[in-house]
Design a protein around this ligand. Sequence first.
Ligand code: NAD
Length: 473
Amino acid sequence: MQHINSAYINGNWYPLKGTDTFSLINPATENCVAEVTMASVADVEVAIDAAKIALSSWSNTPNHKRAEYLNAIADEMQARYDDLVEAHVLSMGCPSHLVGAYHLDCAIEAMRYYAELAPMVDKVEQRENNLITKQPIGVCALINPWNYPLHQLVGKLAPALATGCTLVIKPAEQTPLADIIMAEIVHKIGLPAGVFNLLFGHGHEIGPVMAEHPKVDMISFTGSTRAGIEVAKNAASSVKRVCQELGGKSAYIITEDADIEAAVRYGVEDVMANTGQTCNALTRMLVPKSRYEEVIKIAKQVAEEQVVAEPNQADATMGPLASAQQYKIVKDYIQIGLDEGAELLVGGAERPENLDKGFYIKPTIFTKVTPKMHIAQEEIFGPVLCILEYNDLEEAIEIANDSQYGLSSGVYAKDQAAALPIAARLEAGQCYIQGSYFSMHAPFGGVKQSGNGREWGEEAMHEYIETKAIICP
Ligand code: NAD
């Protein structure tokens, strides 16, 4: 078994002083993969100091030079592709043949995309006599969840490096392996010391220190709404910028005249991808009463086509849930759904028959779900789809917007022209129409309790940029 005792701070592997450890469990085998030392508050101070010291030099590095570093990181990520695949298999149980598509390819491309955007920070706009300039916001604390470890990291790291910020990064306790490879990569390509600092730790212990710290200028947090609120409260005393990317319970409206076969297939596959652990998954499918029988027939068929299997099985479409904790949460929600009167179309809380260990769960679909049920309002974060019926489009839009969340949404109508006006009325930061997929060029983020940040696209650069106006005579 591996022991991970060191963080990457100030360009070196730094022995953590914390005494507590966290056991990394392979969710497919339930075996311990590694013991990870959790950082102490003193370790966090060392990392923040390193980032602060490195800031002046890094932020003054010419943008073309910063872009070269980003491209070099992308090259090295490509060279370490197999290691990054293994990290996702070991820590998340993702089927190995799907890791590239779900977790790696976009992350590598994104490093190159933000390299191209690096000059943005030096653009000066002249407005009347005034010069509107930009500068990197400074030292940034990045806190991430476990469901897309590399993708989430790169969504923050790439624009932050491109703008000239320095970083202190804390991955989720369960998934440090991809981040460690990224530290090895930045070390190999010679990123200046102190620009990229990585440590591991319990969110409730070191998260508040990162959020409160006066030397941290901005905190970008992705995770649950509960922890996001804590981060914002802790950050308030130092008046730093807070970027929150939080939970979701996204609605997906299928209209009466849509291609039902294509729409339902897309919707079910969307929820089952990454074993349902996707913040923007379209987990509430709203279907017209008139097409209900057809919908459930197709939905059942698509769910039954899913292959829940060990990550190395070539035809696996779903691996286990990422942790024992998540396994319990999802099983409990399935029971809650049954208790509140929803009907199981397929799936359930028992482990699939072909597997006798691991945190595996069956693709699960509930029908007869009503809008106020817990399973219709709360994020389950597993492969559990709720199907709700509606009478007319007005009712569908009302049900869709009846949520504390507003991360994503979807519409499948007769065609794009019919989908667009419905998309415009949905209270969410994104809307996927006619079966479309994630694009790193599109800003990603929520409204309501799904957060206030925007990652990806050019908008991600603005999270790490401060505007400075120079008023000329
Ligand atoms: P979580 O909030 O428990 O943990 C996320 C991270 O926050 C971890 O690194 C954790 O250690 C840290 N943390 C926990 N408490 C903290 C505190 N008080 N202060 C600072 N940091 C703290 O969430 P999770 O279970 O790891 O992740 C799943 C959640 O993340 C879901 O709600 C999902 O929707 C959300 N998510 C959102 C997005 C998005 O872009 N909007 C993307 C992925 C996941």
